[in-house]
Design a protein around this ligand. Structure first.
Ligand code: HEM
Length: 128
């Protein structure tokens, strides 16, 4: 059960990244596709499943954010990613939208590096 859940979690994460990248490209191209209903709804469903799978996974593994700083880091960084994502598609200024989109992609890669290293610094460790 646990390996299946972990793979599901990783799949939701990958779908989130691919969808976010694609919508960002459509945003840069000022494509009408961004206004489609399913393009607006699907990311919310996927991100909810990503968070749910994460919480159930952590619960089943007996991991708590208080005892595992990398887990707390992932939760906080996920909200930063979501917040930047809102800016990336809703801010009236295109330069702000573009900056927020790039920042969100970097935050996402940081979360992946925290996931694999199990360290709150993730890839920042190799920069210091
Ligand atoms: C954008 C958000 C996220 C991404 C990209 C992501 C990515 C990943 C990846 C790639 C793994 C596999 C790591 C490995 O095989 O060692 C993983 C595992 C895991 N993630 Fe996430 N995750 C995200 C959010 C979260 C959040 C918010 C939580 C906390 C509730 C969480 C909890 C976990 C747990 C408990 C594992 C299993 C760790 C283990 O095998 O020891 N994830 N995540």
């Amino acid at each position: 059960m646990l390996p299946i859940l972990k793979h599901l979690h990783m799949t939701f994460a990958l779908l989130s990244f691919l969808g976010f990248t694609l919508r960002g490209i459509w945003m840069l191209m000022e494509s009408d596709l961004l206004r489609r209903r399913w393009v607006k709804i699907l990311p919310h469903i996927n991100d909810t499943l990503l968070l749910l799978s994460a919480l159930v996974l952590a619960g089943m593994m007996g991991l708590s954010p208080g005892a595992h700083p990398w887990l707390l880091t992932k939760i906080i960084a996920l909200f930063v990613y979501i917040g930047l994502g809102v800016l990336a598609f809703r801010h009236p200024n295109k330069a702000v939208r573009t900056g927020a989109w790039v920042a969100a992609l970097i935050v996402f890669l940081y979360i992946v590096s925290v996931a694999f290293s199990k360290h709150p610094m993730g890839f920042l460790l190799s920069l210091s």
